[in-house]
Structures are given as structure tokens and as C-alpha cells.
Write a protein that binds this ligand. Structure first.
Ligand SMILES: NC(=O)C1=CN([C@@H]2O[C@H](COP(=O)(O)OP(=O)(O)OC[C@H]3O[C@@H](n4cnc5c(N)ncnc54)[C@H](OP(=O)(O)O)[C@@H]3O)[C@@H](O)[C@H]2O)C=CC1
Ligand SMILES: O=C([O-])CC(=O)C(=O)O
Length: 268
């Protein structure tokens, strides 16, 4: 039985817990939340993971998990993931854009080395990371990423104000630049851009375009990569989660897959 601690009790975590409650090989022992979120998290866990404690730090849980799963936000890496790695607890994370801060990226790697363990950067809402990371070994020439989401997915971002999102009638480019800049400006919407960069040509060289599309009901991720291996082009049309239109449902399944691969006898 794999004992799992989770960080964040939002859209991804709740959907992950709903799926995991039927898996006899996995037990979620605690969910780490911010102090202000304790009561709401208790209500959620009563429904989807009654055995799990609500805590604000891993230390408060009083027991060591086999795995720490981050599905909270960029700040959770410094706050919870780095200390856990230092203690030798393996971690999987979805807030990959946090690594656009080179200080956090360096501390994450140093912590995993110190704890003689590993942090796995999950593919989340995007596919093809296996192909891209393999292609990088032969040498990549370019990676171009376009992220297109419905207009409401850009609420409470720098695009909200710079553009009148409610009044858009056609697809509108709200950002064009490097993946590093996209990840910093859009921490809840450009984790895919960061993931593609880290697997590919890096945060500065990965070209990113972000589009608010009032005609779309999907989160559409388009990637073009070329290099010594040849080239590929990929389009993912992700269904957004009802609880958070910024997040594609595939992110949930990516987390469940990663946990299952560590818990089950056969991994795929
Ligand atoms: N790799 C990928 O493809 C994707 C990655 N993501 C990442 O996953 C994150 C979570 O997504 P989602 O579940 O949809 O978002 P939600 O906003 O629905 O839930 C996130 C929850 O985590 C909490 N939280 C944030 N920071 C911390 C922290 N440091 N410690 C404890 N709790 C924290 C939030 O609290 P509060 O609201 O108070 O901040 C919120 O309750 C996104 O922010 C993004 O970084 C999302 C989609 C795709
Ligand atoms: O879930 C998605 O479609 C992608 C996303 O939010 C991100 O890249 O941060």
C-alpha cells in the first residue's frame, strides 16, 4: 500500500481523491492546505477521503508518507516540496511553471540530491513529453507552443484588464514571448509552456503564444518541434474541469497515473 500526502485541496486534488478512493493499493493519509482553507478542506475530505487528515504542514501530520503529490500552485514548491525532498520523501509536481524561477529550480534539484530522492515533473495537460525529452538528446532546433483557452480561463490574469475578456468576439493573442516569461506572468495557465521548455530547448528558447478564444470550449495545446530526430506536431483538445476552467481534466488523470505507476505491480 502506497501512503500518499497531497498538497492543495482544489479542483485537481478533489478530482484525484475521487478517483483514488476506489484504489486498494493507495491510501491518502493527509492533505496539506493553507490555514484559511482548513474548514472547507474538511468538508471536501469528508466526502472523498474521510481517512485523510487536513494539515497545514507535513510535520503536523505526524507520519511520513511514501510520496508527496503537489497539485496546489507555484508557492507550494518552496513551502512544502523542497523541505520534503530534503527529508528524502519522493515528490511529484504539476506546478512546473515554478521552475521558471531559476533559484527554485536549483533548490529543488539540490533538495532531491540532499535527500537522495527524486522529484518527478508530471506531464499534466500535455502529451508528447516522452518524445520531446528523448528528441532533445539528439538535439532540437525549435519548439513552438500555442495555448488557446476560452476567454473565461484568463480571468484574474494580466490579460484580464489588458483585454476586455467578456467582450471578445474572436480569438485574440494575449501573450507572445518566451516560455519563461509566460510561466511567470501566467502561473495558473502556462505550466504546459514550462514543461515543454524543460523537456525541450529551455525556457528562453521555447516560443509561446497564448490565445483567449471566446469561440472555444476547450483548452487547446499545440506544439511543433523539430530537430535531429525529425519533427512532430501535436494538438491536444482538453476538456476544462468544471471546478476550474483554467485546468484541463487530463491534468487530473496525469496525477492519478503517476501515483498508480508507483503503487501498482505494472506501470504504464
Ligand atoms: N502541469 C499542468 O499541466 C497543469 C498544472 N496546473 C497547476 O496546478 C495548480 C492547481 O490547479 P487547480 O487544482 O486547478 O487549482 P485550484 O485553484 O482549484 O486549487 C488549488 C488549491 O491549492 C491551494 N494552494 C495554493 N498554494 C498552496 C500552498 N502553497 N499550500 C497549500 N495549498 C495551496 C489553493 O489555495 P488558494 O486558493 O488559497 O491559493 C487552492 O485551494 C495550478 O495552480 C497550476 O500551478 C494546473 C493545470 C495544468
Ligand atoms: O490545464 C491546462 O490546460 C494547462 C494549464 O492550465 C497550464 O498550462 O498551466
Amino acid at each position: 500500500m502506497l501512503k500518499v500526502a497531497m498538497i492543495g485541496c482544489g479542483a485537481i486534488c478533489t478530482s484525484v481523491l475521487e478517483i483514488l478512493k476506489n484504489d486498494a493499493d493507495i491510501s491518502v493519509s493527509c492533505v496539506i492546505v493553507g490555514e484559511a482553507f482548513r474548514a472547507a478542506a474538511q468538508d471536501t475530505l469528508a466526502r472523498v477521503a474521510p481517512q485523510a487528515k487536513v494539515v497545514t504542514t507535513l510535520a503536523e501530520a505526524g507520519e511520513r508518507p511514501d510520496l508527496l503529490v503537489e497539485c496546489a500552485g507555484h508557492s507550494a514548491l518552496a513551502e512544502h516540496v523542497i523541505p520534503a525532498l530534503q527529508q528524502g520523501i519522493p515528490c511529484v509536481v504539476v506546478s512546473i511553471g515554478a521552475l521558471s524561477d531559476t533559484d527554485i529550480a536549483a533548490k529543488l534539484e539540490a533538495a532531491a540530491r540532499e535527500g537522495k530522492t527524486q522529484v518527478q515533473l508530471l506531464s499534466g495537460a500535455i502529451g508528447g513529453i516522452d518524445a520531446l525529452a528523448a528528441a532533445r538528446i539528439g538535439g532540437l532546433d525549435s519548439v513552438v507552443y500555442t495555448g488557446r483557452k476560452p476567454a473565461n480561463a484568463w480571468k484574474d490574469t494580466p490579460a484580464d484588464g489588458a483585454f476586455d475578456l467578456d467582450a471578445l468576439t474572436e480569438p485574440t493573442v494575449i501573450f507572445e514571448g518566451s516560455a519563461g516569461e509566460a510561466a511567470r506572468l501566467y502561473p495558473k495557465n502556462a505550466n504546459v509552456a514550462a514543461t515543454l521548455s524543460l523537456a525541450g530547448v529551455g525556457l528562453d528558447k521555447t516560443q509561446v503564444r497564448l490565445i483567449a478564444d471566446p469561440t472555444s470550449k476547450e483548452n487547446v495545446h499545440h506544439v511543433q518541434a523539430s530537430g535531429a530526430f525529425g519533427s512532430f506536431e501535436l494538438t491536444m483538445r482538453g476538456r476544462p474541469l468544471a471546478a476550474n476552467p483554467k485546468t484541463s481534466a487530463l491534468t487530473v488523470y496525469s496525477v492519478v497515473r503517476a501515483i498508480g505507476n508507483l503503487a501498482h505491480a505494472v506501470a504504464i
